[in-house]
Design a protein around this ligand. Structure first.
Ligand code: NAD
Length: 511
């Protein structure tokens, strides 16, 4: 048991990471002011308090941003290969402490431990290493067709604001490309899952990240998030979260002409064509939809099947949903944990109740599980109007909607009939037919025949429409954190000075 968090860690190494209570990570170490408001972190499976962090004030938020500003010139001036080396070192620390981090993340989110290990540890390790490899190869200085030099330079201090559903992955999806680009980062993790972020900051210190390159301040969106956002010290905000908050953050960034990337919600379709293996398509869609109890931005939450197969599809989906084993997420036999909070569970149930009241059929699930923990039965809903709330809005829980389509064109129409455009899936026995449909779907990703995330996570991830602005993963992610400068004429650029010396601390580097 860690005395600070009350969380037990399996086979804790001698140098186990301990996240101290009521502390933030600034300037390469723990800062524990005693006049800041506390915030409890609750395990959604046990409803026990597992740690207490700070609801950081505007003063503390500002201190972190100033620290990142001060650290920026030296970090930006390092050769990209040195920064890449430090990303590799962080990946090694993450791997070394992977069991403890996966367990901590499971305690915070309620995600089954196998999923935690895969998404909170193995995936971030791959993202760090692949980003480091890309940074080593990137054409930081190049020449264009006119003979002018094109120089890539870091944007500056990045304010990263992240959600709770895949917390470590979402942090690393910002941290890795931002650091590779030469930016410094102040992170405000979700208030429901701040402990893994603080854990990661300590790993960064152990990996050798210089002080101020990666600071973490915890707190609610209303207090700490808003304070950071309104502070003028950052140069770019990188946000992952809901559409409502994303709109606000985008508006603040826009009013200051600051760069913003926004990774927002989704209502992703899975289009099953008449030649597809229905059984495989439905079972796989259920599995993809119900990862992390359906709290997944790119979950395929709308299953679109040929209308004459709707009955079969609903039966198969309900069977798959009923096969889930709900329980202690630390038990390797558990396949679905609780949702993250009592509020989230109430929100999901409200969606299902509204659909039921409007005449929808709840084929299975749709109720809470009595007892301790915020558990919800996996839910399949059908017989819905196309404009029903549960068809159009993101539920963020274990709820799959099944609808019938009248053929290829109708399926594409229904798939695109959404304000979102984050992800999508296509199922067909004919690869060429699937590829043609993939081109017609307006979404940032199309997965054909249930393909999983490739072992090398470098394909761009991000949304069309109201799913956001910008891309994460791979080379596109690094570009988000770079300015591009053209140097006209033919000066001999120093080939070792791969990034320009940025402005001194406290100055606007873009002025
Ligand atoms: P949320 O928008 O409520 O919160 C996200 C973050 O923003 C949190 O850290 C929160 O504290 C902070 N925040 C809230 N108000 C703020 C304010 N006024 N100023 C600054 N920061 C503020 O989202 P959530 O409930 O944590 O996460 C779920 C949402 O995230 C879903 O909509 C989901 O689709 C989306 N999401 C998107 C992606 C993606 O890559 N597109 C990935 C995961 C989750």
């Amino acid at each position: 048991m860690s005395p600070e968090t009350g969380v037990s860690t399996t086979a804790a190494p001698v140098d186990a990471v301990v996240v101290p209570d009521r502390s933030v990570f600034i300037g390469g170490g723990w800062v524990s002011p005693d006049d800041e408001a506390p915030l409890d972190v609750v395990d959604p499976a046990t409803e026990r308090i597992i740690g207490t962090v700070l609801d950081a004030s505007a003063d503390l938020a500002h201190r972190a941003l100033l620290d990142a500003r001060e650290a920026w010139p030296a970090w930006a001036a390092l050769p990209p290969s040195r920064r890449a080396g430090l990303l590799d070192a962080l990946a090694a620390e993450l791997e070394r402490h992977g069991d403890a981090l996966a367990e901590l993340a499971t305690h915070e989110i309620g995600m089954p431990i196998r999923e935690s290990r895969a998404v909170q540890v193995d995936l971030p390790v791959k993202v760090l290493r692949s980003t480091a490899a890309i940074a080593r190869q990137l054409a930081w200085d190049s020449r264009d067709a006119s003979g002018s030099s094109v120089v890539r330079e870091p944007v500056g201090v990045v304010l990263a604001i992240t959600p709770w559903n895949f917390p470590v992955h979402q942090i690393v999806a910002k941290l890795a490309p931002a650091l590779a680009a030469g930016c410094t980062v102040v992170l405000k993790p979700a208030e429901l899952t701040p402990l893994n972020a603080l854990f990661l900051a300590e790993l960064g210190r152990r990996a050798g990240l210089p002080a101020g390159v990666f600071d973490v301040v915890t707190g609610t969106g209303a207090t700490t998030g808003e304070a950071l956002l309104q502070d003028e010290t950052w140069d770019m905000v990188s946000f992952t979260g809901s559409l409502a908050v994303g709109r606000h953050i985008g508006a603040v960034a826009g009013s200051r002409i600051k760069r913003a990337t926004l990774e927002l919600g989704g209502k992703s379709p899975a289009v099953v064509l008449d030649d597809a293996d229905l059984d495989l398509a439905v079972r796989t869609t259920v599995r993809n939809c119900f990862t992390n109890a359906g709290q997944k931005c790119n979950a395929p939450t709308r299953l679109l099947v040929p209308a004459d197969r709707l009955h079969d599809a609903v039966r198969i989906a309900a069977e798959s949903a009923d096969a889930y084993v709900l329980g202690d997420p630390l038990d390797p036999g558990t396949t679905m944990g609780p949702v993250v909070s009592a509020e989230q569970r109430a929100k999901v149930l409200r969606f299902v109740d509204t659909a039921r009241a409007a005449g929808a059929t709840v084929a299975t699930g749709g109720t809470a599980v009595d007892g301790t923990g915020f558990f919800l039965r996996p839910t399949i809903v059908t017989d819905l109007a196309e404009d029903a709330e549960i068809v159009r809005e993101e539920v963020f829980g274990p709820v799959l909607v099944v609808q019938g389509h009248a053929g290829e064109d109708d399926a594409v129409r229904m798939a695109n009939d959404t304000p979102y455009g984050l992800s999508s899936e296509v199922w067909s026995a004919d690869e060429a037919r699937a590829a043609a449909i993939a081109r017609r779907i307006r979404a940032g990703q199309v997965r054909v025949n249930g393909v999983r995330t490739p072992a090398l996570p470098v394909s761009p991830f991000g949304g069309y429409g109201q799913s956001g602005l910008g891309r994460e993963m791979g080379p596109f992610a690094i570009e988000e954190y770079l300015e591009v400068k053209a140097v006209l004429g033919d000066p001999v650029l120093d080939p070792t000075a791969t990034t320009a010396a940025p402005a001194a601390a406290g100055q606007d580097p873009l002025a």
